[in-house]
Ligand binder design. Structure first.
Ligand code: GTP
Ligand code: SPV
Ligand code: MN
Length: 640
């Protein structure tokens, strides 16, 4: 197929574009003429060619990952108005998106398999299903056919080779993201290991990679509401085809919709690879904690989006003698080693963290991380070249004017928020002052405990421990949490979010549960806990101070991992025994009794709700050991 006007820009160098008639020729010619193109393996070239034929870009840019390349892209985005500089900090930028493109769109996210039940449980009652959206091969092709042809017309197509996990590690996976958004390129260069070195690994015979095609698109009308942030919100769609390790995302430039290494590769496609290969790809932070005796363990924790992973991963313990170090804040890939130890890597290279609520008092470590080499999105800006969001120190506002995330002048009396609730910072992980020394260890870190949790204003105690592995799997399966701004759900309803993976499962949740249960046969499984920092009193106030004081909960968990008998049985699981939770030195009075109170009425309703959910959403796919855990819980609650 002949493609006119396809030009090639050698990445990082401001060389004059060359015209070719045929992209195949371009690739062949480049492999001779340009060093970078030579490093594209035949399979990568073939994929790039296919994308060119489909999307018809004006130019091609193969990313090398260099600083010079970033400078080039920043200059381009400045010119297009996509970003503005933040001169108060070093190499920091602010992007304001189209207000219709501010979060993940779960309703427009699909997994494509031959049969529906490979993607989601198919049950008579599941209308609609809430554990993912299935799409047929034909419908996926049609969706692509209706959107992608010519979608990059007039734009540059960027080819981003990236590694999820340390480059070359046995546990890492490679992706090639093709995108028409320079903002995505800059963000991917922070969030993943991207550039030349990844192509070298592919060249060394590891030809496997996940195909990630992304286009911000153009509305059917042909008119962009906000030219500085092109997108097509009406027709946004995010497609995954696990059998081909392929992702196609159209219409959104935001976060998990467009940075395809994150949720699309590391979780949705990742979970299907993990199932095949016998490991776990999870929506979990990883932290190292050292106790006052100098002993260190690693903990992984799954909380739904905007429920506290980044904050826990970087916390500053208020308990004397404890130290927390951060391995990752969002995703964990965990695999048993030959000795049966569960080892985890953080496949990411940066943090895409929620800005609102981040402050010196809640997360000083994040504040020490994010004010250099960072791209902020949808936060407010200040007239002295800085940023502002809800929860940040207000004292600084006395001497500046504030422009909100929509670009309008803002004041504290405005009666609206300055920053979008899902506004974020995108910042390199190695800038974190407490990044763990082993965070890039290709072997991963040993995991001693797994935490599940969510926003539960009522009924659920601060912490409890699973009785055994199957009970722990049941705790993950029955997780619920208040909806947040990370996706399009509006009301503050309590949603089921099993394993914090509801928006991220790559295959049938019933099979996922069976896979989790099978881990017990593969090695030494960690202890499992459920935590809830968000229980509220009758007057609507948080009962627990949270943040650094969550170290008090980690202390109890640490002692349980060490085998200390500091627990008592309860109908829902093991609670700290009387006085076992260290509350000494807490600044405010905490009503420990109310924090741990168990109500028979509440737990009867909760178990009924879980039963209903399993029946409607999981049906016959629910593994028997999980069903048995629910029956046992019901029986214990009945005796309360
Ligand atoms: P994603 O990046 O969307 O996956 O979110 P996350 O799980 O990393 O959530 P994050 O740590 O960014 O926290 C989200 C919001 O919850 C922020 O506004 C925090 O200030 C708030 N938060 C985090 N930890 C606590 C806590 O212990 N107590 C209370 N009350 N709020 C918290
Ligand atoms: C989440 O929503 O869980 C996130 C943010 O971590 S995003 O990358 O947009 O998915
Ligand atoms: Mn997340």
């Amino acid at each position: 197929m002949l493609l006119n006007g396809v030009q090639f820009l050698r990445s990082g160098l401001n060389v004059a574009p060359r015209s070719y008639n045929n992209f195949r020729l371009v690739c062949r010619a480049l492999s001779v003429q340009y060093g970078d193109a030579k490093s594209l393996t035949p399979v990568v070239k073939e994929y790039v060619e296919k994308c060119v034929e489909l999307c018809r870009p004006e130019r091609i840019h193969i990313c090398d990952g260099s600083v010079e390349e970033s400078k080039l892209l920043q200059a381009l985005m400045l010119k297009q108005g996509t970003i503005v500089p933040l001169p108060k900090y070093k190499n920091c930028w602010l992007a304001r998106t189209n207000p219709a493109d501010v979060a993940r769109v779960e309703s427009k996210t699909f997994i494509c398999t031959d049969r529906k039940e490979q993607t989601v449980p198919v049950t008579p009652d599941a209308t609609p299903g809430t554990l993912g959206n299935w799409i047929s091969q034909e419908d996926m092709q049609a969706a692509i056919g209706a959107r992608l042809p010519g979608s990059m017309k007039g734009r540059t197509m960027y080819v981003i080779p990236f590694s999820m996990g340390p480059v070359g590690s046995r546990l890492s996976k490679i992706g090639i993201e093709i995108t028409d958004s320079p903002y995505v390129v800059e963000s991917m260069k922070i969030m993943t290991r991207a550039g030349r070195q990844v192509l070298d690994v592919l060249q060394e015979g590891n030809s496997q990679f996940v195909k990630c095609l992304h286009s911000v698109g153009t509305p059917a009308s042909g008119v962009q509401a906000q030219p500085s942030w092109p997108c097509d919100p009406e027709r946004t769609i995010i497609l995954h085809k696990p059998s081909d390790n392929e992702i196609v995302s159209y219409g959104s430039g935001y976060g998990g919709n467009s940075l395809l290494g994150k949720k699309c590769l590391a979780l949705r496609i990742g979970s299907t690879i993990a199932k095949r290969e016998g490991w776990l790809a999870e929506h979990m932070l990883i932290l190292g904690i050292t106790n006052p005796q100098g002993k260190k363990i690693y903990v992984a924790a799954a909380f739904p989006s905007a429920c506290g992973k980044t904050n826990l991963a970087m916390m500053t313990p208020t308990l004397p003698g404890y130290k927390v170090e951060c391995v990752g804040d969002d995703i964990a890939w965990m695999k048993f080693d030959s000795k049966g130890v569960l080892r985890a890597i953080n496949p990411e290279n940066g943090f895409f963290g929620v800005a609102p609520g981040t402050s010196r008092s809640t997360n000083p470590i994040a504040m020490d991380t994010i004010f250099q080499n960072t791209v902020f999105t949808n936060v407010a800006s200040t007239s002295d070249g800085g940023v502002y969001w809800e929860g940040m120190d207000k004292a600084q506002l006395s001497s500046v004017t504030v422009t909100d995330w929509l670009g309008k002048l803002w004041s504290q009396e405005a009666g609206r928020v300055a920053a979008h609730p899902n506004s974020r910072f995108c910042t390199p992980a190695d800038q974190c002052p407490i990044i763990d020394p082993a965070w890039e260890d290709p072997a991963g870190v040993p995991i001693s405990a797994i935490l599940f949790g969510g926003r539960r204003p009522d009924g659920v105690p601060l912490v409890y421990e699973a009785r055994n592995w199957a009970h722990g799997v049941f705790l993950g399966a029955s997780m619920r949490s208040e909806a947040t701004a990370a996706a399009e759900h509006k009301a503050k309803t309590i949603m089921h979010d099993p394993f914090a993976m509801r928006p991220f499962f790559g295959y049938n949740f019933g099979d996922y549960l069976a896979h989790w249960l099978s881990m017990e046969q593969r090695g030494k499984v960690p202890k499992i806990f459920h935590v809830n920092w968000f229980r509220k009193s009758a007057d609507g106030k948080f009962l627990w101070p949270g943040f650094g004081d969550n170290a008090r909960v980690l202390d109890w968990i640490f002692r349980r991992v060490e085998g200390e008998q500091c627990y008592q049985e309860s109908p829902i699981g093991r609670l700290p025994s009387q006085g076992a939770l260290n509350v000494s030195g807490l600044e405010d009075d905490v009503n420990v009794e109310e924090l741990f109170a168990l109500s028979k009425n509440f737990w009867q309703q909760e178990t009924q709700e879980i039963e209903q959910y399993f029946k409607a959403q999981v049906g016959d796919y629910l593994p028997q050991p999980v069903a048995a855990q629910l029956d046992e819980l019901k029986a214990r609650v009945a005796k309360m």
